[in-house]
Each structure stands twice: as structure tokens, then as C-alpha cells.
Design a protein around this ligand. Sequence first.
Ligand code: USQ
Length: 406
Amino acid sequence: MKIAVLGGDGFVGWPTSLHLSARDHEVHILDNLSRRWIDTELGVQSLTPMDSIQERTRIWHQETGRRIHFHLIDLARDYEVLKAWLAEHRPDAIVHFAEQRAAPYSMKSDRHKNYTVNNNVNATHNLLNAMVEIDLDAHLVHLGTMGVYGYSSVGAAIPEGYLPVGVKTLSGETARQEILYPANPGSIYHMTKCLDQLLFQFYAKNDGLRITDLHQGIVWGTHTDETKLHQQLINRFDYDGDYGTVLNRFLIQAAIGYPLTVHGTGGQTRAFIHIQDSVRCIDLALESPPVRGERVKIFNQMTETHRVRDLAELVARMTGAKVAYLPNPRKEAAENDLVVKNEQFLELGLDPTTLAEGLLAEVVDVAKKYAYRVDRSRIPSISAWTKDIAPTIERDPEGKRLKSVG
Ligand code: USQ
């Protein structure tokens, strides 16, 4: 297939591009390189040294003989350029990662809220609009989030996108329907993904676009089979307080002797998936497109759930790290249970890579190798969800309120 990977320079986009290219697809990356600009804005860099996208694709060709094409396009701003590109190349499938994906970044200030909404909603809408305008019947696979559901399973498992409901009609009968699971976003970023869902629902219904939405959990790990092929193919690896996600942060913190930064009691339960499974799921979703006229196909892209404090204690036992229980910068439930259905990917053949000490240790080793690149002052998460929370944030967790575990 000819596949356009929008946002193919990012944390999941890059290994996905390699994975699809390795499977003989013709891969085109469209990216505005905004993630690299945000690193500059925040004064941080990936833990792993990343080359330019052009250099990465050159090495991929050198190592495998395969070509990945790069096109510098801003989906959110360059509608005409995007439309012209799609009309010229007419991809069979489009994988859409091209959105600002960090919840803390989206909550930093009013400017960051505006940027995240404008960027994410316009990118998605420009894409859908252009596909209809040029009659492009490509299968669109979008990287969404588990966060569209909120994280409470009210004693029932969260279904894959649709909730069966019974509505009492005026004549007293019960009409059965399946509706989109009620959106319950916990940040501006997550809210944009809820808005994306509505855009998809409309364009599938009105124009017959074939769309798959992947509700992904928190990704951990850094290497995939393809990124391991050469040191210059290495994936980015975020550790800072805005873009670093919880388990990868704990592993990096353990590697450099920084206390593990648990927000609140650590009673938050979240869904997780290893980066290798994440790229595999995208491949599986591409192989199984909806037919024209079908409603949006929704998968829960996660393999297991864990409580944040259990992860911290596991990493602490493994490495001897200390755990710091900090005031939570976010407005979120202090404790929640989470049960999630994910049968569809299992039925398509996903063989989950679950948390294992060996894999966790591999991440710690990567972190140790590049520990000299860490700026410890960028580790605290200081983006507050509300003005009331802002004064309570712990800006220097090192050495404070530590609980030794193990
Ligand atoms: N947390 C800590 N300590 C930290 C960092 C985070 O206790 O140092 C806690 C947070 O308060 C939160 C949980 O860990 O309760 C998860 O935070 P996270 O930063 O790992 O993940 P999140 O902000 O939810 O976002 C990430 C990705 C996003 C994706 C989402 C999937 O950045 O793109 O959509 O995971 S999900 O969480 O399932 O909605």
C-alpha cells in the first residue's frame, strides 16, 4: 500500500513509519516538525540523541535499501498544500498522528490551550475536508486516546467505543441503540480527541469516509525491532515534566537516582501498551479497514492496566530508587479502578508484550547510557490544571518527602 503517515517524526509516528516500510509499504511522512520546535520552546531535548528526519530516512535507506519519503507540511495551517499533496499522491491509507499529544503542555497557559485546540482540531478537520473534496477513498487510521472515556469504569468494563443503551420511547417501549461512549476528557489535549471523534462520526455518516479510531493507552518503552537496527534510527524518549509519560519517567528517574515522582497518592489507574505493540496494532488496523458506509471502527489500543503507585513501587524494588509522593498538579480522581475491553486486537492476532522486568530493565539501561543528557531541573511536572492548584506544586522534589521502598 501507499501510506501517508501524518506526524511520522514523532514518538509513535517514527517507529510506525519504519515498521510499515519494513513490511514493503510505500511510506510518506508528512510532518511540520512541531515536536522539535516545542523541545526548543521548553528548553528540553529527547533523552536519546535524535538526528534530523532527513538523516533518519537516509540511514533507513542505507541499512535496508528501502525509501521513506519526507514532506514538510503543516496540516493545521496549510490546507491547500495538504489537499494538493493528497490529490497528487492519492495514498491507499493515511495514519494520522499529527496532533499535540501532551496533556500537561496543553494546560500550561491560555496560549498553550489555544495552540492545542487550533492545531489538533484544524489538522483533523482539514484532512477530512480535503479527502472529501478530492474524492479520496483512503482508509484513515487515527491515533486517539483512552482518555476520551475518562478513567472510571463504574464497575463495568469500558467497551470499544460504543455503549449499548436502552431509551424509553413515548409509547413506553425500549429503543435499543449503540452510542459513542460518553466523552469525559481530563485535559484540553484529551478534549481535542473527543472533538475529533465527533468529526469522524460526521464524515463517516455524511461522506462515507472509512475511518478507524484507535483509543490508545500510555505508551512505554522506546525501542522497536526497526529502531534497533542502527543507532541513528533511535526513537525519541521524553523525560521532562510535560512530554514524559509516567512509566518511562519512572524508569529514567530510577536510572539517574532521582526520586520517582508520584502525583498524589498514586491511586490513579491507567491503561498501558508497549511501543512495539503500538506499531503492531497500527499495522493490524490497516489490514482490517471498515467498508464504505460503515460507522467509525473503534479499537481500544492497550494491553494492561496499572495503578501509578504500583508501578512506582515495582520500579523502586527493581532498582532501589526512592519514591516521592508529591502534590498532584492535575485535577483528576485520586483513586480509580479501570477495566477495559480490548478483544478486537487480540482477535486480529495481537500477542501482548506486558510489563516484564527484562523489558523494564532494558529501558533503564537505555536511560543510563544517555543519563549525561538529562537536565534534572526539567523533570518536575509544573503545569497546573487550575489556578488554585498552581501554588501547591512541588518544584523541587529531590530530597523532599521521600519514602524509601524495598
Ligand atoms: N503521573 C505521575 N507522575 C508523573 C507523571 C504522571 O504520577 O511523573 C500520573 C498523572 O498524574 C496521571 C498518570 O500518571 O494520573 C498518567 O500521566 P501520563 O503523563 O503518563 O499520561 P497522560 O497525561 O494521560 O497522557 C499520555 C500521552 C497521551 C495519551 C495518554 C493515554 O501523553 O498522548 O493520549 O497518555 S491515556 O492516559 O490512556 O489517556
